[in-house]
Design a protein around this ligand. Sequence first.
Ligand SMILES: *Cc1c(COP(=O)(O)O)cnc(C)c1O
Length: 405
Amino acid sequence: MTRDEARALDEADPLRSFRARFQLPEGLIYLDGNSLGALPKAVVARQAETVVTEWGEALIRGWNAHDWIGAPQRVGAKIAALIGAKPHEVIVADSTSVNLFKLLIAAAKLSERPNILSEAGNFRTDLYVADGAAELLGLRLEAVARDEVEARIGADTNLLLLTHVHYMSGARFDMAALTARARAAGALTLWDLSHSAGAVPLDLNGDGVELAVGCGYKYLNGGPGAPAFLYVAEHLQERLMPALRGWMGHEAPFAFDDEYRPAPGLGRFLVGTPPVLGMAALETALDAFDGVTMAELWAKSIRLFDLFRALMAERCPDLRCISPADPEARGGHISFAHPHAFEICQALIAADVIGDFRAPDVLRLGLTPLYLGFEDIWRAVDTLAAILASESWRDPKFAVRGKVT
Ligand SMILES: *Cc1c(COP(=O)(O)O)cnc(C)c1O
């Protein structure tokens, strides 16, 4: 495929106009929307309004006048529409790590069984949080190899904790099958959707999912440190009692009762005061999905992936693709292993193509169909091929590691 052919694909792309919804530096190719989504232009005005008009003028009255207090449910309902959930099955709160902890504790207490089962190599926060929760409840965290998870589900499994799309390889679990398998064995499943929400079509209700958490700042474009979300299936909501009992999760926070009574439904999983500025950014960012279905986005994502993979095999064969080729078995990013992935990634960033590195040896590139086109993919691979051919990545400046990699 030539650059002109890639450009022709962009011209025929029905989703081409969505890129104009984002503010991206001229000439830069952004392949890291799986780590921090790009800035939707509408968020700039919304932030200004929330700060200047709402905070600046309404002051404390904003909680009612601008319904700041309703943001967790309101923004949750918008996310619900993207993940196949009912509007009242999702709320926005805290970080993904904190939401994991809240749901793990509440759900694991429903069962007498001893083990929380997860995947070795899962995103570390999931394992750390599960380990802490297990310690607190006197349970055991059992983390087994990916291909052993299903067989390991058994009568001792209290709860299955899995990340739907793997942060490194992009490999995707079969959500419906594993949830059903765990349920048949008498265990609930908690899914981490951090790399799935806004990237792949999800049908939490259709797949029988009971519990899930996910991230606001990746494919949902909510901004750095955006609040996260949590999902609990309707039928389970009243059975879960939060251990982290904040006043915002009380049935009547402003009654100031000494005794805790959980709010009906998901409201009980709110803890403290919602971060209004972050909520506003995420709420408006989600409008970037207006007018397009996840199925349409996914269809384009598959084409971006296939082009990336084919061009890389042809022009950068030293970088080994570790992401599954089958679209059903993966998410929205493509990853390559190379012993010098870190330096190559830094050289790539210096050439205005932003991807990221994941230890120990993976170059990870996010394919976000809302703001990426086929010519971008062509240029990214062309840039990588030049870096590899010239070995410019060997410059010592590309070996310097910052605090965040
Ligand atoms: C990004 C990510 C998180 C993020 O957790 P934070 O609490 O927002 O830092 C959690 N889990 C997975 C699988 C992720 O990919």
